[in-house]
Design a protein around this ligand. Structure first.
Ligand code: FRU
Length: 446
């Protein structure tokens, strides 16, 4: 279903009405990619959270479905994940074999104090409706910041693993039946500052350049005032109990833009890891222009590992369905293209340096790159909207994959996603011009 307001993206999922943040419960099941999401249908700011629901066959055309989870006596429904309980280990749904089990955070105010705990709901009709488990919550330590359970099946030991965020730690639990959970370990790093917290952990397996399987821990990092946000990742190993980071050193960020947060990966996609993020930033998310709806997701991306001269790094590219369904315009020389409200562009610079502008008569977003030195930057200070320092600051990233010069741009109404340096440098940026950006100008060194 597509709608046509001025700020409505075409390639990206946005809900018809109301507020949207994190993607939740991503799973491929029976021919559909299911996307649940943090949703407040009654307004355009964060409010009493529900799980909205949409599905798609091609990761591009989304069908919005009835709300999946409503707040209840245990609190609001915060972020979480869904698993396919193939062997019915949880014995939900009167012993019916096929159950999808949603594991989510209940957020509650209890005697004036915030408290968060983990709860379950299950579906026996392929995710079209959910029943909350009567024994909720299943994991409760009386903590005020304890949320965003990511659950997956750890086949080697035939057990479920749950990761949750608790301030600057990721707590890891295990279970045989999804109901009883035991603590395994905690992961943190020394570089975490006092005011920094983690949210929305995810753990997946990717192959490195030599075909070795690596466990990659992905966490969204925020500050308590919700200002500086981004997604970090760690490459290492997981033995069913502990995650060990093998990268160390510098902080590794998935996106050099500000507008990719709380990203999660789909369960059950077998041979590939497909990730989707909330295309926004807490620092200004509740201030961006709205038209009865506010917020959208990033383009779905496939994740892989890249061997760079600086070590193993995360690589990203749009999911193959995007290329199958959208025509790509290729630009190999300096050009001014009109009517670019939505489109995918592949730019192949012949020289080392260049700039790309998307603009209207008096506002510009500029992308600059230098393949010799290995950096790319985006400047949004040429936009009129006043969304604060986090929006206007120059964002710059160094990269090492200097040989692969193609730059892919996904432009969609109010956003641009940039995939450069073979997927090593990826940036997601929203823009809200006073009049739609319709011109794309490419200026490259010959
Ligand atoms: C991340 C987050 C999660 C939480 C949800 C609430 O954006 O803060 O930690 O579960 O949003 O909507």
């Amino acid at each position: 279903m597509r709608y046509f307001e001025e700020h409505r993206p075409v390639y990206h999922f946005s809900c018809k009405k109301g507020w949207l943040n994190d993607p939740n419960g991503l799973i491929y099941y029976n021919g559909y990619f299911h996307l649940f999401y943090q949703h407040y249908p009654g307004g355009v700011t964060h409010g009493p959270m529900h799980w909205g629901h949409a599905r798609s066959r091609n990761l591009l055309d989304w069908e919005e479905l009835p709300i999946a989870l409503y707040p209840d006596e245990n609190g609001m429904i915060f972020s979480g994940s869904i698993v396919y309980d193939r062997d019915n280990t949880g014995k939900f749904g009167n012993g019916k074999k096929e159950t999808l089990v949603a594991v989510f955070t209940h957020d509650q105010i209890c005697r004036g104090e915030k408290i968060q705990y983990q709860s379950l709901a299950y579906s026996t009709d392929g995710g079209m409706s959910f029943k909350k488990y009567a024994g909720n919550p299943v994991l409760d330590f009386g903590l005020s910041d304890f949320r965003d359970p990511k659950v997956f099946w750890y086949a080697r030991e035939e057990k479920w693993i749950m990761l949750t965020a608790a301030l600057n730690k990721i707590l890891i639990f295990s279970s045989r039946d999804l109901r009883e959970w035991e603590k395994e370990s905690a992961f943190s790093t020394e570089d975490m500052q006092k005011n920094e917290i983690w949210e929305c952990p995810d753990l997946c397996v990717l192959k490195d350049g030599e075909g070795r399987k690596k466990w990659v821990l992905i966490v969204s990092q925020n500050t308590l005032d919700y200002a500086k946000t981004g997604i970090r990742y760690f490459i290492g190993d997981f033995d069913g109990n502990h995650f060990v980071d093998e990268t160390g050193g510098d902080r590794l960020w998935m996106d050099f833009g500000r507008d990719n947060y709380a990203a999660a990966t789909f369960e059950e996609t077998k041979d590939r890891i497909v990730q989707l993020g909330w295309m926004n930033c807490w620092a200004y998310a509740q201030k961006v222009p709205e038209e009865g709806f506010r917020g959208s997701m990033t383009i779905p991306r496939e994740l892989f590992l890249l061997e760079t001269p600086n070590g193993t790094r995360m690589g990203q590219k749009p999911a193959r369905e995007i290329f199958d369904n959208i025509h790509i315009q290729r630009l190999t020389e300096n050009k001014v293209v009109q009517d670019v409200l939505n489109g995918i562009f592949e730019i192949e610079p012949q020289g080392d340096r260049g700039e790309i502008f998307i603009k209207n008569e008096y506002e510009t977003l500029s992308v600059s790159f230098d393949y010799k030195k290995g950096w790319i930057s985006v400047d949004r200070s040429g936009l009129c909207c006043n969304l604060g320092d986090e929006f206007a600051e120059l964002r710059k990233m160094r990269f090492w994959m200097k040989e692969d010069r193609k730059i892919l741009l996904v432009v969609d109404t109010t956003s641009i996603e940039i995939f450069a340096a073979g997927g090593e440098a990826v940036g997601t940026f929203q823009f809200f011009p006073e009049r739609p950006f319709q011109t794309l100008e490419v200026r490259m060194e010959e």
